[in-house]
Design a protein around this ligand. Structure first.
Ligand SMILES: Nc1ncnc2c1ncn2[C@@H]1O[C@H](COP(=O)(O)OP(=O)(O)O)[C@@H](O)[C@H]1O
Ligand SMILES: [Mg+2]
Length: 267
């Protein structure tokens, strides 16, 4: 690689950059100065206990919540306070797999998958249906599923439909919120493999949040741990077992004893 090329790579604008992001709800400080840069094509997984603010962080990047202070940049553009058409343009880059898949039971499976194509990208219904069925195939579902209601599917199949919806528009960035929660370990592994494959096939940048370490190990290039509103450790997945951080150690081994004190009501 020539020196100029190396310099360009080093100076490449991050796909997503968070600087000093803070968010409180009333007196409850949830995010207390989060800094994170995610490179194009990278897969970052944020780990942390329930209620530590992982979903709040994703929602802040999407603009569903507005930070109290700090900045969020996407492709170098400050999106912290944008709205209207600018927000729509920014959101068109994203695919999202919501916690619990969050499918619309009133719509057939194919329309759930095609939702972003029709609503966000102005694709006609006929073409959208064809693309939805092709995307269902990519996540291992046959065309006969297309006309079913999501409520007729098993949990694993609903996750696949959610994943198909997240990737159907060929997004540049995909967010996964607890993609394996509620699945048995084998189905969770199937979904993890699908996530890795879909992200790689799309060349997408991925940000996932989970408390499932098997999932984090499988889908992450880098792992960041959120604790008390801050990212207390960020590093390559290969170093997670040698982080030298007692909070990370306690979390990845699921120990009750350690610096992380669970808030348990005393009776
Ligand atoms: N819209 C909201 N209004 C008030 N409190 C909220 C809101 N969203 C999240 N919270 C609080 O922020 C904290 C973090 O929530 P969340 O990000 O959902 O946690 P998790 O890490 O499990 O995803 C929780 O205490 C939650 O009650
Ligand atoms: Mg959450």
């Amino acid at each position: 690689m020539s020196e100029t090329l190396e310099l360009n790579t080093a100076m490449e604008v991050p796909k997503i950059a968070l600087k000093g992001v803070k968010k409180a709800f009333g007196p409850k400080v949830v995010l207390d100065g989060v800094d994170l840069e995610i490179k194009r094509g990278e897969s970052v997984v944020i780990i942390g206990g329930s209620g530590t603010g992982k979903s709040v962080l994703l929602k802040s990047i999407l603009g569903i919540l507005t930070p109290d202070s700090g900045t969020i940049q996407i492709d170098g553009e400050d999106t912290t306070h944008i709205g209207g058409r600018d927000r729509e343009r920014a959101l068109a880059k994203f695919g999202m797999l919501f916690q619990g898949a969050a499918l619309f039971d009133s719509l057939p499976v194919w329309e759930n998958v095609a939702f972003g194509l029709i609503q966000g990208h102005g694709v006609g219904r006929k073409e959208a249906r064809e693309r939805a069925i092709a995307t269902l195939g990519a996540v291992g579902l046959t065309p006969d599923v297309a006309n079913l209601s999501p409520s007729e599917l098993s949990g694993g199949m609903q996750k696949r439909v959610g994943l198909a919806r997240a990737i159907c528009t060929n997004p540049e960035i995909i967010f996964f919120d607890e993609p394996t929660t509620g699945l048995d370990p084998i189905m969770a592994d199937v979904i993890n493999d699908l996530i890795v494959k879909c992200v790689k096939d799309l060349g997408a940048t991925a940000l996932s949040i989970t408390h499932d370490m098997a999932s984090a190990r499988k889908i992450a290039d880098r792992i960041a741990m959120l604790y008390k509103g801050k990212l207390i450790w960020v590093g390559p997945v290969s170093q997670i077992d040698n982080s030298g951080n007692p909070y990370v150690d306690q979390f990845i081994h699921g120990r009750a004893e350690g610096p992380i004190q669970m808030q348990i009501k005393a009776f």
